[in-house]
Structure formats: structure tokens, C-alpha cells
Design a protein around this ligand. Structure first.
Ligand SMILES: NC(=O)C1=CN([C@@H]2O[C@H](COP(=O)(O)OP(=O)(O)OC[C@H]3O[C@@H](n4cnc5c(N)ncnc54)[C@H](OP(=O)(O)O)[C@@H]3O)[C@@H](O)[C@H]2O)[C@@H](O)CC1
Ligand SMILES: [K+]
Length: 500
């Protein structure tokens, strides 16, 4: 059975669910959250006797921490609570949790204690959750830095303190958790930008709520379950025509490597035939390492295949622009990458033509390309990647893959997803070209557009994860090493499919 995809809600959505569920929730949500955190903590401390430290903040995240502390106290475990706020100012639920902690005999320290000689069994961050409003500084920042330096497992409650739950930005300083227990549902900031670096292992505790019954999920994580039905075993009676023609266009003088990488990836991902159209008049006529590729002058390749991927190494001169205009005017499904995106960013006529197309368009920008397309700075894109992906999808009426840690997929109708596969080995030249080739191959094999996008993005990262597990990376992982790993994964998934 493939693991189902989990829903993702922004903070506004979580608040809506909480508000709707809270009045009738018995036991109250904070009790459930604190208990769920304690259960998870027990798992983390299985081989670690000794005391645990819980740092509680001034809001309801701190309230969860007090509930958790009470469970450990009542179970006879040594637990130390640090809280530097004013208990009189705690919000209602958190105040009740503090009172219950106090009534159970618990005490709070107003500053972080030094660690016992044997070290803490676990350090718990219950400082700030989804209510973080501004950068952390002063005492709380000092606490977070000190906690981050402790050599023990570190668990965050709901969201690592200092991380923006919507965007994954670090506001001032952020707790670096080895484990995060998040409530009700995933939040985008846990999955993209700096989120994964601060969450460690991420567990969702739904608190017995069916979030979707209160508010349909706006976003989902990318999982093979969403495209797994494309992995049907091939018929014995098959021929290459069944698996389509992938077409990749690019390769201006001096830049033929990029489309060749895409082409090699498309072959390994199962396209029946792969055409690579090259702009360079002196381009090779055969790829001696991969002679299956059919190299063509760029113009000639435009008339082939079901879908065209254009952009790798395309350059930005007049010939490149003319080719791109012709591709956009075609009836093919289009994937625009690299220089195709850079040309699009400065050509309003092209942008207009793109939005008038009937066949689907996929844009695959990295943050700098996204910035050019939205006439913004890369930092502004990264400050809210979800927002940027949605804006691009709307502006160009296209499917968008905003690459980077936690690649975002935005559909033109406003739905979005976040991919969780991949690793820093992918921070290398040519990785984007491979993604484009994968997309071209899945489209050639007539995967529906959304399945092709999710499949390509997930496979791209999963192939890199496979290499990482074998010690091939993160340092020195090469884009040209990815396609073989993609092939292995796709064949494994087809084999699994046969057992359903
Ligand atoms: N509601 C529920 O039913 C449930 C909620 N649950 C839990 O509650 C969490 C959300 O709680 P929350 O809304 O109270 O926000 P929280 O993250 O504790 O922070 C707010 C406090 O921090 C302060 N503050 C903010 N930024 C700051 C900064 N930079 N530096 C310093 N202070 C700063 C802010 O002060 P203010 O901005 O008002 O001055 C306020 O005092 C959620 O993540 C989950 O863990 C669960 O129990 C499930 C049920
Ligand atoms: K926290």
C-alpha cells in the first residue's frame, strides 16, 4: 500500500479548524496536544534515563508544554520547566494548563538551568508555535541559542520556535529540532525553505480531528499515491510507439550539454523515442555516450512528439526567441525551463500568447528565474515561496514547479502541493535539466499532466535520495548519475504495482 498524501494547511486554515473544533472538544485540544507530545517524547527517550527540560513560552504553545510536563510529573519522571513570562498574562487555555501543572506539584524556573552532569534526556521547545508574530530577540533568542547547543535530542512542539509556519523563514533565530510534533495537519513552512533544516523528523498528530471536515485542505504533500496508478506493468505485446516521443529543445552554441542531459533522463524514464533539437549549427549529430538519442536541428524537432520541453541551454538570442514563439504557437503540451523562462520574463507578447493557449503549460523556475518572471528579487520569492508559485500560476495560467528545498507545485486553478523528496546533493549543475527530461518522458508516455508533474518532481528527488543512501552524495552527486537511479525506482514501483 502506498502511503496516502497528507493535507497541508496555512496558519489561517489551522486557526479556522481550531475555532470550529474547540467549543465541543472533550478533552480540550490543548490537553490532546500535550498528551500527544508526551507520547512522542517517551518514544524519543526510550534509552535515555534522566530528566527532561521543557522550555515554555508566553502563549498556547507554552500551554502545550505545561500539559506535557504534567504527564511526566504524574508518571514519576523528573521534568524541569523553564518559563520566563508572567503567568497572569497567559491566554486562557495556557493558564489552565499552568495551574494544573502547579496543582500537580510542578514548579517553574524563570531562567534556563544548566544541564545535569549526565545531560538532559530530552529538551523540549514549547516557546512559540503558529502564533509567532515577529523576529525573536532578547532573552528568548538567548534561550534558543543555548538550547540549540545542547548535545541531546531536541523536540519542538507544533513548530520549531522562530520558524514561520507559513513560509519556512527563520524570524531572527530558530530552534533546531531533531524531532517536531505538529498538530492537526502539516503547515507549508515545515516543508519548504528552512523548515526541513529545523524540523528534523516530522510527525503529525491530528488530535482526533478530521481537519478536512472543517475546511477542505488547500494543499497536499506530493506522494507516489497521487500518481502511482500510472505505474501499470507494460503489456507483453508492446512497442516503442506506445511510450511516446519526448522532445527536448535547447542547446545554443556552447550549451549542448544541458539538453543532452534532459534527453538522457527522458530515455531512462521510459520514453519510447527521444528527440533532442539543438540550436548550435555545429552541434554533434550523434551522442556517442547515448546513441539512442535522436539529435536534430532545433527547428526540425518542433514538429515531433506529444509534448515539447524547451529551454535547457537555449540561450536568449533572436534564434532562441523565434523558436520559443513557434513552440508556444504549437498545439503541443509545453514545458518551459531555464532560458525559455528568462525569455518569457522580458517578452509580453509571448506571455500573452502563453495565456491564450489551449494545451497545458508547465513552468519550472528556480527562485532566480521566478524572480525575473514576477519582476521581483530572489529573496522576495524565497520569503514566501507558496505565494510566489501561486502568483506565477495565475499570471501565466500555467502549472508551476518552483524548485528549491521543498519544491512547490501550483496549478492554475489555485491548488498547490509541496514535494518532500530530495537532498542537498541536488544543489549541482544540470539537476534542472534532468527534471525537464523526466517531465518530457512522462508526458510522452501520456501520463495526465498533473500526474506527470508530481511524478517527475517526486522521482527527481527520490532518485537523489537513493544515490545519497548509497553514499553517492550529497558531496559530488552529479546530474548525469540521476537518470539510472530514476530508472531503478520506476521499475521497482512497477513491480510493486503488480502486487496490489
Ligand atoms: N488554540 C488552540 O486551540 C490550540 C493551540 N495549540 C497550540 O497553541 C499554539 C498557538 O498558540 P498561540 O496562538 O497562543 O501562539 P504561540 O505560538 O504560543 O505564540 C504567541 C505568544 O507569543 C508571543 N510572541 C509572538 N512572537 C513573539 C516574538 N517574536 N517574541 C516574543 N514573543 C512573541 C505573543 O505575544 P504578543 O504577540 O501577543 O505580544 C504570544 O504571547 C499552537 O502552535 C499550538 O502549539 C494546541 O494546544 C492545539 C490547540
Ligand atoms: K515550538
Amino acid at each position: 500500500m502506498l502511503q496516502p498524501s497528507q493535507p497541508i494547511y496555512t496558519v489561517a486554515g489551522i486557526r479556522t479548524i481550531e475555532t470550529a473544533a474547540m467549543p465541543s472538544a472533550k478533552p480540550p485540544l490543548m490537553e490532546r496536544a500535550g498528551r500527544a507530545s508526551a507520547e512522542e517524547a517517551v518514544r524519543l527517550m526510550i534509552d535515555r534515563p534522566g530528566a527532561l527540560l521543557i522550555a515554555c513560552g508566553p502563549g498556547n504553545n507554552g500551554g502545550d508544554g505545561f500539559v506535557m510536563a504534567r504527564h511526566f510529573l504524574q508518571a514519576g519522571r523528573k521534568v524541569v520547566v523553564a518559563f520566563s513570562g508572567d503567568t497572569a498574562k497567559l491566554p486562557g487555555d495556557a493558564k489552565k494548563s499552568w495551574e494544573a501543572w502547579r496543582d500537580a506539584g510542578g514548579e517553574t524556573l524563570s531562567d534556563l538551568p544548566s544541564a545535569p552532569p549526565e545531560g538532559w534526556a530530552l529538551v523540549v521547545d514549547a516557546l512559540f508555535g503558529i502564533g509567532l508574530q515577529r523576529p525573536i530577540n532578547g532573552r528568548y533568542a538567548d534561550w534558543i541559542r543555548a538550547l540549540n547547543a545542547l548535545p541531546c535530542p531536541r523536540m519542538s512542539i507544533d513548530v520549531p520556535s522562530g520558524l514561520c509556519a507559513d513560509t519556512g523563514r527563520v524570524l531572527g533565530v530558530a530552534f533546531k529540532a531533531t524531532h517536531t510534533v505538529t498538530f492537526i495537519a502539516l503547515k507549508p513552512g515545515l516543508l519548504t525553505l528552512d523548515g526541513p533544516d529545523h524540523c528534523g523528523e516530522l510527525v503529525v498528530k491530528r488530535l482526533d480531528l478530521d481537519a478536512n471536515s472543517y475546511l477542505p485542505a488547500p494543499g497536499w504533500e506530493v506522494r507516489p499515491a497521487l500518481f502511482g496508478d500510472q505505474f501499470a506493468p507494460r503489456r507483453l505485446n508492446s512497442h516503442k510507439g506506445l511510450f511516446g516521443d519526448a522532445v527536448i529543445i535547447g542547446g545554443a552554441p556552447g550549451m549542448c550539454g544541458a539538453p543532452l542531459l534532459s534527453g538522457r533522463a527522458a530515455l531512462r524514464a521510459g520514453a519510447g523515442r527521444v528527440f533532442v533539437g539543438l540550436l548550435d549549427p555545429r552541434a554533434p549529430v550523434v551522442d556517442l555516450i547515448q546513441p539512442e538519442l535522436m539529435l536534430r536541428p532545433a527547428e526540425d524537432a518542433l514538429s515531433e512528439g506529444q509534448a515539447i520541453a524547451i529551454g535547457p541551454g537555449l540561450g536568449r538570442d533572436e534564434a532562441a526567441s523565434a523558436l520559443l514563439h513557434r513552440a508556444v504557437a504549437s498545439k503541443h503540451t509545453l514545458v518551459l525551463d531555464a532560458d525559455a523562462l528568462n525569455l518569457l520574463a522580458t517578452d509580453d507578447t509571448l506571455a500573452g500568447a502563453l495565456t491564450r493557449r489551449h494545451a497545458p503549460v508547465v513552468l519550472t523556475p528556480h527562485p532566480a528565474e521566478a524572480a525575473r518572471l514576477l519582476k521581483a528579487l530572489p529573496d522576495e520569492i524565497q520569503a514566501n515561496r507558496l505565494d510566489a508559485a501561486l502568483k506565477l500560476a495565475q499570471r501565466f495560467d500555467a502549472h508551476v514547479i518552483l524548485k528549491g528545498n521543498g519544491s512547490l507545485i501550483a496549478h492554475p486553478d489555485g491548488r498547490w502541493l509541496i514535494n518532500r523528496s530530495g537532498n542537498p546533493g541536488m544543489s549541482a549543475a544540470g539537476m534542472g535539466d534532468v527534471l525537464t527530461g523526466l517531465l518530457a518522458a512522462l508526458l510522452a508516455q501520456r501520463w495526465p499532466i498533473e500526474a506527470a508533474i508530481l511524478g517527475a518532481v517526486h522521482l527527481h528527488g527520490a532518485a537523489a535520495d537513493l544515490l545519497l543512501a548509497k553514499g553517492i552524495g550529497p558531496i559530488g552527486m552529479g546530474a548525469s548519475e540521476l537518470p539510472d537511479a530514476v530508472r531503478m525506482l520506476m521499475n521497482q514501483w512497477v513491480a510493486q504495482h503488480q502486487h496490489y
